[in-house]
Design a protein around this ligand. Structure first.
Ligand code: HEC
Length: 275
C-alpha cells in the first residue's frame, strides 16, 4: 500500500519535473500533490547522503589521520543523538557560537588537522555542474539526522548565545545592500509567495518557522542534492545582492540562531525533503 502510493506520487513528481510549462491552474493542483509526495521518507535520497556522512565521520582522515568520532557537537565528545537540535550554541574550545556546519569545520581542523582554508575551499556541491554533495554536506546531513524526532531547543544561557540571537534578529530585519532588502522584506508576511514558492513568515509566525526549520538539512528535489542551512543563508544573501556570506561566519550563525529560536519546540523531521 505504502509502496503503491509512493509509485503514484513518484510518477506525479516525475511528470511535474518533466513538464515545467504546464498551465498555471494545473500547476497549482500538481503542486499540492507534489508537496504531499515530498513528505515520503521512503523516497528520500537524503538518506543515502547521510549514510555517506556516517562513513566519512568514522573514517580516519587528514594530516592527523583521525576520525570525527570524538567531535563534540555540544552534548559531549561523540554524542550525536539530539545534539543538532541544540545548535547553534556556545563552545568553549573555539570561544564562539557555532552552528552545525561551523562546528564541523572546527572539528575537522582541531581533530583531523586540516587547515580551515582547505576545508572551506569547496563546501557546496554545484547542481548546475552535476556535482555530488561535498564531504561537509554529507557530514552535516548525517549528524543532523541523529536528531530526527527531537525538538528544536537551542540554549540561551551564555551571553554569547544571547548576543547571537540579537544580532541575528537585527540582520534579519535591517535593510541593507544595493536593493535595500532585508530578510524581512520577503519573509515577514503571512501568505507571501514568489510564483509558486511560499516564502514563509519567520518574524512572527511560529508555525511557519517551525515547518521550515524542522526539515533542514534537506534533500532538494529541484537541485537533485542535499542542501544545508549555510547554503540557504548564502543563497538568500545572494538574492539580496549582498557580498558572499562566508561559510560559518558569525553573521551566518547569527541568522541561523534567530531562525532556530523562532522554530523552538518543533520536532525535527530529518532528512528533510523540499521542492
Ligand atoms: C528577494 C526575496 C528574499 C529575500 C530578501 C530573502 N529570501 Fe529567503 N527565500 C526566498 C525564496 C524565493 C526562497 C525559496 C523558497 C522555495 O524554494 O520554496 C527562500 C527560502 C528561504 C528559506 C528556506 C525556506 C524553506 O522552505 O525551507 C529560509 C530559511 C530563508 N529563505 C531565510 C532567509 C533569510 C535568513 C534571509 C536574509 C538573509 C532571506 N531568506 C532573504 C526569498 C528571499
Amino acid at each position: 500500500m505504502k509502496f503503491e502510493n509512493t509509485g503514484r506520487k513518484a510518477l506525479a513528481l516525475a511528470v511535474l519535473l518533466a513538464l515545467p510549462g504546464l498551465a498555471s491552474a494545473q500547476q497549482m493542483v500538481n503542486a499540492e500533490e507534489y508537496r504531499a509526495a515530498l513528505q515520503d521518507k521512503f523516497a528520500n535520497p537524503g538518506t543515502m547522503v547521510a549514510d555517506r556522512g556516517e562513513e566519512l565521520l568514522k573514517t580516519p582522515r587528514g594530516p592527523k589521520n583521525a576520525s570525527l568520532e570524538k567531535c563534540d557537537f555540544g552534548l559531549g565528545a561523540g554524542k550525536l543523538e539530539g545534539a543538532y537540535a541544540q545548535l547553534p550554541r556556545y563552545f568553549k574550545d573555539s570561544n564562539k557560537v557555532e552552528d552545525l556546519e561551523s562546528r564541523l569545520v572546527t572539528c575537522m581542523v582541531n581533530l583531523q588537522g586540516f587547515s580551515s582554508a582547505e576545508v572551506l575551499k569547496k563546501v557546496f556541491g554545484d547542481h548546475t555542474k552535476n556535482e555530488s554533495n561535498t564531504d561537509i554536506e554529507a557530514l552535516a546531513m548525517y549528524v543532523a539526522s541523529k536528531s530526527d524526532g527531537v525538538k528544536i531547543d537551542p540554549p540561551l544561557q551564555h551571553a554569547r548565545e544571547k548576543e547571537a540571537l540579537k544580532v541575528g534578529e537585527a540582520l534579519f530585519s535591517t535593510r541593507h545592500g544595493p536593493m535595500d532588502f532585508s530578510c524581512a522584506t520577503c519573509h515577514a508576511q503571512d501568505g507571501k509567495r514568489i510564483r509558486l514558492q511560499e516564502l514563509g513568515n519567520y518574524a512572527g509566525n511560529k508555525a511557519n518557522a517551525q515547518a521550515t526549520m524542522k526539515t533542514w538539512p534537506t534533500y532538494r528535489v529541484s537541485h537533485g542534492m542535499v542542501r544545508t542551512l549555510q547554503s540557504r543563508m548564502w543563497d538568500c544573501n545572494w538574492q539580496m545582492r549582498l557580498p558572499d556570506l562566508a561559510y560559518g561566519s558569525p553573521g551566518s550563525v547569527a541568522l541561523i540562531s534567530f531562525l532556530s529560536h523562532q522554530a523552538k519546540g518543533a520536532a525535527l523531521d530529518l532528512p528533510g525533503m523540499k521542492r
